[in-house]
Design a protein around this ligand. Structure first.
Ligand code: ADP
Length: 262
């Protein structure tokens, strides 16, 4: 039995088709989020991977920023609850979950059963988000997915003192024009994101095991910096950008199984 989770984020749309609440049968990441063709494209992609259509899906749950505008879902569930369930499935020991997506940073406490106990979120501001890193990568004439490798080559990370995206960008440009090594600038950017995120996490309390989900968790430089600042290991599940969609598909499975039992 297939259930589908679709996570329509601010930066990307993710879809997961789950088989019998156990295995990811197909998945897709489309680099366009809410209000774009991302959702129909992600659905088309997973359907064509499996050679199936809507009639083969028992239940669909939509999550993410754009979930309310996705009419094909049977149910909408908040991304907090979906990330919690997805990460609990992938890394069951997780108690503190950090999710950095395209436009926000969330820190959650998970119960032993993967329920969301409590959370904090950043204010409406790009600083410290995926968008912030995308902007910085462009200024540095590189790509977001190269940031982790370049961070690993840093020898003396610079200080980035501004927490505002616009001012931090000016600082980066000033470091560049002073001839500073790009790897040291990138490591400085990652350290500043990690300090901001750690401040948010400490407001909630950091309980091990700590894990990170969302697209930005693919950046090994952010994981390095977070581990340095928090002084604890930060685990990253496989397919970390899919955790919201996976959690949504698991919610879908529970809805079907619950109905059958009821
Ligand atoms: P949302 O749910 O808000 O759309 P995601 O969790 O999908 O956000 O994360 C999107 C962000 O992930 C992008 O803004 C980008 O900064 C980052 N990202 C995406 N792919 C990679 C990658 N391969 N390496 C590092 N960062 C990435």
């Amino acid at each position: 039995m297939y259930t589908m989770g679709i996570d329509i984020g601010s930066a990307a749309t993710k879809a997961v088709v789950l088989s019998d609440g156990q295995d990811i049968a197909a998945s897709s990441v489309i680099g366009f989020g809410a209000g774009t063709s991302g959702a129909p494209r992600a659905v088309e992609d997973v359907f064509s991977q499996l050679g199936i259509g809507w009639d083969d899906i028992a239940f669909t749950v939509a999550t993410g920023y754009g979930r309310l505008r996705f009419d094909d879902a049977d149910k909408q569930v908040s991304e907090l609850s979906c990330h919690a369930l997805g990460v609990h499935f992938a890394l069951p020991g997780t108690r503190t979950l950090i999710d950095i997506g395209g436009q926000d940073v969330k820190v959650m406490h998970l119960s032993e059963s993967g329920m969301l106990d409590n959370f904090v979120m950043n204010e409406k501001c790009a600083a410290g988000t995926g968008r912030f890193l995308d902007v910085m990568a462009r200024v540095l004439e590189t790509t977001t997915d190269s940031l982790g490798t370049l961070d690993a080559q840093a020898t003396a990370p610079v200080e980035i003192s501004s927490t505002c995206t616009v001012f931090a960008e000016s600082e980066v440009i000033s470091h560049l024009s002073n001839g500073e090594d790009i790897c040291n600038i990138i490591a400085g950017i990652h350290n500043s994101v990690a300090h901001r995120t750690a401040g948010l996490a400490r407001r909630l309390g950091v309980q091990p095991q700590v894990a990170m989900s969302g697209g930005v968790a693919q950046n090994a430089g952010i994981i390095r910096a977070l581990q340095d600042v928090l002084g604890t290991e930060v685990a990253v599940p496989d397919n970390t950008q899919l955790m919201g969609a996976l959690g949504a598909a698991l919610h879908g499975y529970r809805s079907v199984v619950g109905k059958q039992r009821g």
